[in-house]
Write a protein that binds this ligand. Structure first.
Ligand code: MSP
Length: 515
């Protein structure tokens, strides 16, 4: 059976790990979990991009060998993934033999078929930054910016991949596949870029300048350019070209941030695959960026790079996942701060969902400890709740399908508000004091309706808050959610069910300690 194969970008292993990296894994996880619940066999790949100059420099600055350095980073990322409750099926590291072997195989094959050639590059080179710099970077007076230090003219032999030859093919492919890049406006950006002629891609670095890379199979004086190496991870992880690789390939979605769409994922990667005669992935799903509140870029030096592990430790992985999912419209950028997080945590999770759970369990414990009664009344308030569920169900399924997860969460929370409002209307806590049989009937009905509504709402929370969703199901006496197939219909599944004891799912945050 062909798997639903979904990947994240592989993070640079040069140390920093922030909310942006966490987000991409959570977003991909939400999709992966959603597809599993819909019955797909899912294969979720994430990993680390471990070669290149930055890693080499960082390792040197710490006085360790690059391999030892990346091994350490891999442990840190592994810890993040576990704490975020990411359900990945594989984790690829570009220093693994399974990957290096395939990169070399591809290079040799493309070289043998004339897709790679040796050429000469003449340009300006910053000795301090160890990189080529473009003429346009000069200051107005013709000098070079301070950060480049000494700049010399250099002629360097390198190997090139014939990218330009495929430009027309790529344009035609994109025109014929308007949904290759999602959201659509991003595909337009790619086509815009392709209006200018593209150059062949330099895919090597001389070993004397950079040793931390995959050696070229046909010339040991060179290592592979890090992007050429990294993109191949999506394919090498499938075991290509060994038997069974097509259980996964073509990938259904490569999930990436907007900064690495052009040129890497939308130009290099499709052309590399085409030249290799391998089918293209079905879609690139491109998300926006997390910015610090006020719109500034996340950076360690600005002191605004929150460590996602801090949020998880202080609150919970589920609360953090909810914040990321509810707050970000996949197509756009989004802002974060502790205040924005707390607004969601206290508002949506504490006062709305958490309050609903504790009210229900409290009243059920007092009034129907032997089991939930049936909902025997079906008056306007009950009909309104059910009608709102039917609408919510339809909308949320669509939003999941269209990657509009922030709206899916908004609708689920809105349905929880409806349940809270319904309780305010029926006031079962007052009815409990009455002896009248009709009041008892309304009380019973209201608890049954709220329990059923809560059961359904939490089914939709499972991809985003897997632990909380199953915990609530457990409190309602239900098994863990492993499919959506028969779990979304309004019914009386909970009749006779003894509910769990009152619990606080989202404790109030502790005020910061006085210093
Ligand atoms: N190593 C390359 C990707 C190679 S994929 C074959 C890379 N690494 S990265 O660590 O810089 O970024 C990894 C992913 O995190 C990218 O998709 C990037 O867009 C995403 N993000 C990095 N900072 C981000 C935010 N501030 N917000 C959201 N995502 C961001 O690029």
């Amino acid at each position: 059976m062909k798997h639903f194969y979904i990947t994240t970008a592989i993070d640079y292993a040069n140390g920093s790990l922030h909310i942006g990296h966490a987000y991409e894994k959570v977003l991909t996880d939400v999709i992966a979990r959603y597809r599993r619940l819909m019955g797909d066999q899912v294969h979720y790949l994430t990993g680390l991009d471990e070669h290149g100059q930055k890693v080499q420099q960082k390792a040197a600055s710490e006085g360790v060998e690059p391999q030892a350095f990346v091994d350490n980073v891999a442990v840190m990322f592994g810890e993040l993934i576990e704490k975020l409750n990411i359900s990945n099926d594989d984790f690829i590291r570009t220093t693994q033999p399974r990957h290096k072997r395939i990169v070399q195989h591809i290079l040799q094959d493309l070289y043998d078929r004339g897709e790679i050639y040796q050429g000469e590059y003449k340009g300006y080179y910053s000795v301090r930054q160890e990189q080529f710099v473009a003429e346009k970077e000069r200051n107005e007076d013709g000098s070079w910016p301070e950060l480049y230090g000494e700049v010399v003219e250099l002629v360097e032999k390198n190997y090139y991949f014939r990218l330009s030859k495929y430009q027309d093919w790529l344009i035609e492919f994109l025109q014929q596949n308007p949904d290759f890049v999602l959201p659509n406006f991003r595909q337009k950006q790619v086509l815009e870029f392709l209006k200018e002629p593209i150059n062949d891609l330099c895919i090597t670095r001389p070993k004397e300048r950079l040793s931390w890379g995959i050696p070229m199979p046909f010339d040991e004086d060179y290592v592979t350019y890090v992007w050429f190496d990294a993109l191949i991870n999506y394919l090498s992880a499938t075991g290509w070209p060994e038997e069974g690789w097509d259980r996964y390939w073509p990938a259904d979605y490569h999930v990436i941030g907007k900064d690495i769409l052009v040129p890497a994922h939308s130009i290099y990667w499709p052309i590399m695959l085409h030249a290799m005669q391998v089918p293209l992935p079905k879609h690139l799903l491109v998300h926006g960026w997390w910015l610090a509140q006020g719109g500034s870029k996340i950076s360690k030096s600005a002191g605004n790079a929150v460590d996602p592990l801090d949020f998880i430790d202080e609150f919970s992985a589920d609360a953090f996942r909810y914040f990321l999912t509810r707050e970000m419209n996949v197509a756009q950028d989004s802002e974060y701060s502790r205040e924005l997080f707390l607004a969601r945590y206290n508002g949506d999770l504490g006062n709305n969902l958490g309050n609903l759970v504790s009210r229900l369990l409290n009243m059920a414990g007092k009034n129907c400890a032997d089991g939930l009664p049936a909902a025997t009344r079906n008056d306007e308030p009950e009909q309104n709740v059910k009608a709102h569920w039917e609408k919510t169900r339809e909308e949320v399924l669509n939003f999941y399908e269209e990657f509009q997860f922030h709206l899916a969460m908004e609708r689920v929370m809105s349905f929880c508000s409806t349940l809270n409002n319904y309780l305010e209307l029926r006031q079962p806590w007052k009815l409990a004091k009455s002896d009248k049989p009709e009041d008892r009937e309304t009380l019973n009905t209201s608890l049954a309706v709220v329990a059923e509504g809560l059961r359904l709402a939490t089914v939709f929370l499972k991809p985003v808050m897997p632990t909380i969703a199953d915990r609530i199901q457990e409190l309602l006496g239900q098994p863990a959610i492993d499919t959506w197939e028969d779990r979304l219909d309004w019914g009386n599944r909970l009749e006779g069910q003894v509910l769990g004891a009152k619990t606080i799912l989202f404790p109030r945050p502790q005020p910061p300690a006085e210093s």
